[in-house]
Design a protein around this ligand. Structure first.
Ligand SMILES: Cc1cc2nc3c(=O)[nH]c(=O)nc-3n(C[C@H](O)[C@H](O)[C@H](O)COP(=O)(O)O)c2cc1C
Length: 394
């Protein structure tokens, strides 16, 4: 199968699996612990059923939406992922370009391979930035200034990573061992197309780093800094950090990784604009519910004061329709575009986006929704809608 022959996200997953060494595929694919939450993210979508509204005029459909005052071609967005370079050396550059061509949001990760300025310079689209707080909090001001100066429109603080989740696939594959484990090298040698791209990318990266190291020029985080940032216990984001970043950042501020509704009042008080209901794609605390099961609780608690997004397990346009019907303003996908990146760089990412767009458009038509505003709770059943009655009154 070739990229052009792939007709859905699962096909792209298979293309990625074939192209990548096992340890690399596992690093993208895996979750934490027993991967219970990873599986739940998917099975919960399958449990929700559609209740289409017949006879609506859906001859013409409009998938576009407005988020934080900006018109986007559709409410599907690309989530921040720090492992793009493992999949393809073009990494975030390819992803940002594909998102711009599709006119959708791309949220770049703090632990991206390319400096945030470089990604911004090659994109004409809407970029948001995902923030892991540097262990040295004194660096926050400078980082936030750089993000604003580069033109990122919204900032999302990830709040579900006080320590790294227990990714046992990576431990077993000895992904982090330096020098690389002989088995990893052997796996890499067995995937020559991937290996050639990886080595070429690494050489270019080192050259870039030499330039980037000059005084005044920004650099991405090194692998060691990256590890320190995402494993350091000082990355415990607290309410105080949120307050501080709110005072530094003028644009829309989101928190990514909220999994309960009862924090919403406090977030509104702090001036937060939105949340991403997310369990980090099942990669952090294993055992948390599926995100689609928590979405209605957060939407109800937010009561239109926060813009609510969802990620986790979205693999079909139909999943997008379910999340929007349950109140999400948009959904992010992570692994689907990483499969596209691995399989076909920028063209692969773009094709994944366009396949999801076609599926979402068809789902809207079959549901009887001509615009995204027509997607409401009456169109789905089987979701976990919180009861407004107190437990004793039920
Ligand atoms: C390989 C990989 C790397 C990720 N890196 C980050 C990251 O750097 N920052 C972050 O906030 N979330 C990160 N995430 C989580 C995603 O932003 C998103 O929450 C998740 O992938 C959504 O689930 P899905 O992959 O099922 O679509 C990562 C996810 C994956 C799969």
């Amino acid at each position: 199968m070739r990229v052009q022959g792939a007709i859905n996200v699962e096909d792209f997953r298979e293309l990625a699996r074939r192209r990548l060494p096992r340890a690399v595929f596992d690093a993208l694919e895996g979750g934490a612990g027993d991967e219970v939450s990873l599986r739940r993210n998917r099975t919960a979508f399958d449990r929700i059923e559609f209740r289409p509204r017949p006879l609506a005029d859906v001859a013409e459909r409009d998938l576009s939406t407005t988020v934080f005052g900006e018109r986007l071609s559709m409410p599907i967005m690309l989530a921040p992922t720090g492992a793009g370079r493992l999949a393809r050396s073009s990494a975030e550059i390819a992803v940002a370009r594909a998102a711009a061509r599709a006119d959708i949001v791309y949220m770049q990760s703090t632990v991206a391979a390319f400096p945030l300025e470089e990604v911004a310079a090659c994109s004409t689209g809407t970029l948001w930035y995902q923030l892991y707080l540097p262990p040295d909090r004194a660096e926050v001001d400078n980082l936030v200034r750089r993000i604003a100066a580069a033109g990122y429109r919204a900032l999302a603080i990830t709040i579900d990573t006080p320590v790294l989740g227990n990714r046992e696939r990576d431990t077993r594959n000895r992904l982090m061992s330096r020098p690389p484990h002989p088995r990893t090298l052997l796996q890499g040698a067995g995937k020559p197309a991937w290996a050639a791209d990886f080595i070429r990318g690494k050489v270019d990266f080192m050259r870039g780093q030499l330039g980037a190291g000059r005084p005044g020029s920004p650099s991405p985080l090194s692998l060691d800094q990256t590890r320190a940032t995402i494993t350091s216990s000082s990355d415990c984001v607290t309410w105080k950090d949120v307050e501080r970043i709110r005072s530094l950042w003028e644009g829309p501020l989101l928190l990514k990784g909220l999994m309960r509704g009862d924090e919403c009042d406090r977030l509104v008080e702090l001036g937060v604009d939105g949340v991403v209901v997310s369990n980090h794609g099942g990669r952090q605390l294993d055992g948390v519910p599926a995100t689609i099961d928590i979405l209605p609780e957060v939407v109800d608690a937010a009561a239109r004061r926060l813009t609510v997004f969802l990620d986790g397990g979205v693999r079909r346009g139909n999943d997008v329709a379910k999340a929007l019907a349950l109140g999400a303003a948009g959904v992010f996908v992570g692994r689907p575009y990483l499969y596209g990146l691995a399989a076909g760089s920028e063209a692969g990412v773009l094709r994944v986006i366009e396949l999801l767009r076609v599926e979402f458009d068809r789902a809207m038509a079959l549901l009887g929704a001509a615009t995204v505003a027509d997607l409401d709770r009456s169109l789905v059943s089987g979701a976990r809608i919180p009861s407004t009655l107190s437990p004793s009154a039920r």
